[in-house]
Design a protein around this ligand. Structure first.
Ligand SMILES: [Zn+2]
Length: 448
């Protein structure tokens, strides 16, 4: 066992068994050596960091981030994304395979991405691969090179270099992925349903909402469940918005099918009723829906039909957010704000920080198969988010470390101030300021 170099002490440490006063001993190896009683004597040579009443959560694991680097780095890059994420309490992120150039659809493209990300990673960074028409022969190589799974679309993705799969291509990809026990993660909207919905464009949010109906999600999810049953492929539903699809997912799970699902801070904290016309910083696909839909998503999180809450941080430059919902880029930026946004609504609904830690750290770590992350327990990596849960702040876009300071949360008052963020026992952000020293690593499925 390595020497203890840090003791992090708090009245509220979020362990897998619940919140309790504790002293977390961190070894020279960056792992948690032990979770000890609060007033344990600090070993000689170790530094004591006493955070008092501030809560210590396991560092957040955000498995849904579009970093866009290389190729669209003016939208977001690894330098800016990982610093913003660190300021927001995240310690590990997994990058989506699209919106960068090249997209992560071959092992060679993955190598390029890793080369770009390595020198810029302020936290641990892993990669999803992509399944697109014609690359089914690349999937095994990508899997062996360490991607955490494969993303696909069933409808247009928004960028031409990452086309959607048709039902035959989807079935072929699922069979291939099942052959090496990989995982498929899916943007689930049915193209036929989208094509037959009215596509009016313009500034009215109601028209945009009507253009991306719940039925598009419901039908796509029904197809995916059918194919999961047929091929045995592990399937994860990305950014679920339509609460009408929840019974389908719940039934698939009770049938024992390997189906999981996530939702996002914007679906859980913002509602269609409050989006001003022309406010395309709220545009994402699938869209933010009605208040009644949101209540059902919260109920599904409580019951466990939804596993995790991840950002789907998908930024762009400000000029692409034109006030026309038909034209504007779809994507919401929230990397630095997800934890306070979720905590604000969770506490209002009677949830505790242990729920937030489960949804935003433990469950996403499990989704990606990261055994050493997502928990404050001996042997896990010493990754922490220190949060002042009762303190509030008003979102000022100028304080965000995102590459572009466009956000749907501007002006909102949120509960929960991230005091500091720790990666393997090193402070990577302090009072909203990312550390200059770069301590992140590139992580792979087999080693994480
Ligand atoms: Zn996304």
């Amino acid at each position: 066992m390595s020497d203890v170099r840090l003791v992090l002490r708090s009245q509220r440490v979020l362990t897998p068994e619940g919140a309790r006063p504790a002293s977390v001993a961190v070894g020279d190896d960056g792992l948690i050596a032990a979770v000890l009683p609060y007033d344990t004597e600090v070993p000689p040579g170790a530094v004591l960091e006493d955070v008092g009443d501030d809560a210590v959560l396991p560092g957040l694991v955000d498995t849904h981030v579009h970093v866009n680097d290389p190729g669209r780095t003016e939208w977001e890059g690894f330098w800016t994304a990982t610093r913003a994420a660190a300021a927001g309490g995240i310690t590990t992120l997994v990058d989506m395979p699209l919106n960068s150039l090249p997209p992560t659809t071959t092992a060679e493209h993955l190598r390029v991405k890793r080369e770009v990300a390595g020198p810029k990673a302020h936290m641990d960074v892993g990669f999803w691969g992509g399944a697109i028409p014609g690359n089914v022969g690349e999937l095994r190589g990508l899997h062996e090179a360490g991607v955490f799974g494969f993303k696909c679309f069933l409808s247009p993705s928004g960028v031409e270099e990452f086309p959607e799969l048709n039902p035959e291509e989807l079935a072929a990809a699922m069979a291939e992925i099942a052959s090496f026990d990989g995982q498929l993660i899916v943007h689930a909207e049915d193209p036929g349903r989208l094509a037959s919905a009215p596509q009016k464009g313009g500034p009215a949010y109601a028209d945009f909402l009507a253009s991306r109906p719940r039925a598009a999600e419901n039908d796509a999810i029904a197809l995916l469940i059918e194919l999961a049953r047929e091929h045995g492929t592990r399937v994860h539903i990305l950014h679920l918005s339509s609460s009408d699809a929840l019974p389908l997912i719940a039934d698939a799970r009770s049938e024992g099918l390997p189906v999981t699902a996530e939702t996002c801070p914007h679906f859980l904290t913002l509602t269609a009723e409050e989006v001003p016309d022309g406010a395309t910083e709220f545009k994402c696909c699938p869209p933010i829906r009605e208040k009644e839909n949101q209540d059902a998503l919260w109920a599904a999180l409580s019951e466990g039909t939804l596993d995790c809450v991840v950002s789907d941080h998908s930024p762009c430059t400000a000029d692409l957010k034109t006030p026309d919902f038909g034209q504007a880029w779809g994507g919401i930026s929230s990397l630095q704000l997800g934890l306070p946004a979720i905590w604000t609504e969770a506490r209002r609904r009677g949830h505790g920080l242990e729920d937030v830690a489960r949804w935003m750290s433990r469950a996403p770590a499990r989704l990606a198969g990261m055994t050493g992350k997502g928990a404050i327990a001996p042997g896990c990596e010493a990754d922490f988010a220190v949060l002042a849960p009762e303190e509030t702040f008003t979102v000022d876009p100028a304080s965000l470390h995102h590459r572009n300071q466009v956000t749907a949360y501007a002006g909102r008052t949120l509960h929960g101030v991230v005091r500091s963020t720790w990666l393997r026992g090193e402070r990577i952000a302090d009072h909203g300021t990312p550390a200059e020293k770069k301590t992140g690593r590139l992580i792979e499925r087999k080693t994480a």
